[in-house]
Design a protein around this ligand. Structure first.
Ligand code: SF4
Ligand code: SF4
Length: 262
């Protein structure tokens, strides 16, 4: 998911859908294309995707980032993309695909949940993003659109509590990424201390937990006590703090749950 500038709608391709517009799609293992969509992908992983996949694999997010992704800083960008590393064997399949389908189905990334839809947030006046926009862009080999099972974009992204949670986290990250479009590193560049801190806050929960509890962080910043108790044991609460921390240290956005001590 990303924030789309108002003049960028025409460049999306595919079929634009209104939130309550119907489309037909069904996927099952009887289709000739089964699993073809799970190979040779640029599969973007957002912070909540990494939290879920690392937990699924029973490893820390730092180890997951080290071993399973490519971190790519594109020319002209100020924050890197995180892409799941495809397997080396023929066809470069996703490391989690098996003959039976997705091997991490309950924890599959947002992009896989969205498929064949894509979702964006249309930038409103002043760059603020509000309205959700949807478009249908399956690859030509995908036979799902020919299967009759009607739904709408809104229902697709509200299908179950997990999908709603992924949608909320990824929308929040899209708004942060939108801010990264303007160089936020105060002259340090994308390899500097501030950039490394922001990456850790989003993608390295063990590093973030150490930073919160083992550095002078709690002397310098006030965290709501209930929140503080939760982040000791709850990765979602920790990531929530990490995203707030990015907003605070880069752009001065504070709230009652996290603010500088006076
Ligand atoms: S129908 Fe589309 S989504 Fe389903 S297996 Fe085939 S290519 Fe993948
Ligand atoms: S995570 Fe699952 S759904 Fe997504 S590409 Fe890999 S196997 Fe396919």
């Amino acid at each position: 998911m990303k924030v789309i500038p108002a003049d960028g709608l025409e460049t999306l391709g595919g079929r634009r859908l209104g939130p309550d517009e119907s489309f037909d799609f069904a996927c099952h293992n009887g289709l000739a294309c089964f699993n073809h969509c799970c190979r040779n992908l640029n599969l973007y992983l957002y912070p909540y995707d990494v939290l879920r996949l690392a937990r699924r694999l029973g490893i820390g997010s730092a180890r997951f980032i080290d071993a399973h992704v490519d971190v790519v800083l594109r020319p002209g960008h100020h924050f890197p993309d995180v892409l799941l590393r495809m397997a080396e064997n023929a066809g470069h399949p996703c490391p989690y695909v098996s003959e039976a389908g997705c091997g991490v189905y309950a924890d599959r990334p947002f992009t896989c949940r969205s498929f064949p839809l894509e979702k964006g947030l249309l930038a409103g006046p002043g760059g603020r993003s509000r309205e959700a926009v949807y478009w249908l862009r399956p690859p030509a080999f995908c036979l799902g659109p020919g299967q009759v099972r009607s739904t709408t974009a809104r229902r697709w992204f509200e299908a179950d509590p997990d999908t709603r949670a992924y949608d909320r986290w990824t929308g929040r990250w899209a708004r942060i990424q939108q801010r990264f479009a303007q160089d936020p590193w105060a002259g340090e560049g994308s390899e500097g201390r501030r950039a490394k801190m922001a990456f850790m806050a989003a993608y390295n929960l063990e590093g973030l937990r150490d930073f919160v509890f083992e550095s002078s962080f709690l002397k310098r910043f006030k965290v709501d006590p209930v929140r503080l108790a939760r982040i000791r044991r709850d990765d979602e609460a920790l990531l929530d703090l990490g995203l707030d921390w990015i907003g605070l240290f880069l752009w001065g956005i504070s709230g009652p749950g996290l603010r500088p001590r006076r």
